[in-house]
Design a binder for this molecule. Structure first.
Ligand code: 13P
Length: 243
């Protein structure tokens, strides 16, 4: 069985005072038997060392070290206490022009550093409306997911770009179609394709989490806005525990 993961991506939000939200979350879910992953800004990773939750970076460089001003390597994230890192988030692909090849290189660097890479893929609204969703997923999966990956060191997050931060969520049928497609592609390529955790991301909230987690091949969520406050993230975690 793929592991269930409730993941929160804080994006460029959060300072030390916001770590009290993790304490609140620990009071509620400190002994959860699913994986709870928090990806705070890199500046807060080492300050999270006492939390029982898994901690992840939001990006890493593809190199181990070197002359890359402003960048953070996967080894540095691991050294700071991270065990996961997001790669290829659509905001990185858009804001920083990240290509599938770069995302694959970053994912290899993450795995080499002992991190679990959460590789993000998803179509834009234009791509969905012109019927290209599954083609885009195929291209991104083929290009971003390294051949050396396996289910222990990689997670796939399907995040339709048009659903991120918009309050718009695909229908359950649309989520089911894409997740089944990803599963089939993983099974065709990897012996342990059935074991990869597949997360859905894009406007997940307490009010829609349970129905999303009821969709086949959805093993968890990658949550943005609703992960910032314990009171908003907690019902999502509870829904995943019950799924
Ligand atoms: P929202 O949950 O705010 O839509 O963000 C999703 C996301 O981008 C998580 O990586």
């Amino acid at each position: 069985m793929p592991r269930k993961i409730a993941a929160g991506n804080w994006k460029m939000n959060g300072q030390r005072e916001n770590l009290r939200e993790l304490q609140r979350l620990e009071d509620l879910h400190g002994d959860a038997d699913i994986a709870i992953l928090i990806c705070p800004p890199a500046t807060l990773i080492s300050a999270c060392e006492d939390t029982p939750f898994d901690i992840g970076g939001q990006d890493c460089h593809s190199a181990v070290s070197g002359a890359h001003t402003g960048d953070v390597s996967a080894d540095m994230l691991a050294d700071a206490g991270a065990s996961y890192v997001l790669t290829g988030h659509s905001e990185r692909r858009t804001d920083h022009g990240e290509t599938d090849a770069l995302v694959a290189a970053k994912s290899v660097a993450a795995i080499d550093a002992g991190l679990i890479a959460v590789i993000c893929i998803g179509e834009t609204l234009d791509e969905r409306e012109s019927g290209k969703t599954l083609n885009v997923i195929d291209t991104q999966l083929a290009g971003s997911l390294p051949d050396s990956a396996n289910a222990q060191d990689c997670v796939i997050a399907y995040e339709p770009v048009w659903a991120i931060g918009t309050g718009k969520v695909p229908t359950l049928e649309q989520i089911a179609e894409v997740h089944a497609h990803i599963r089939a592609r993983l099974n065709a390529r990897f012996e342990d394709g059935d074991e990869f955790s597949l997360l859905y991301g894009g406007s997940v909230k307490g009010s829609n989490a349970a129905e999303i987690f009821g969709v086949a091949n959805v093993d968890g969520a990658l949550v943005g806005g609703a992960s910032l406050k314990a009171k908003d993230f907690s019902p999502i975690i509870t829904a995943l525990e019950r799924a």
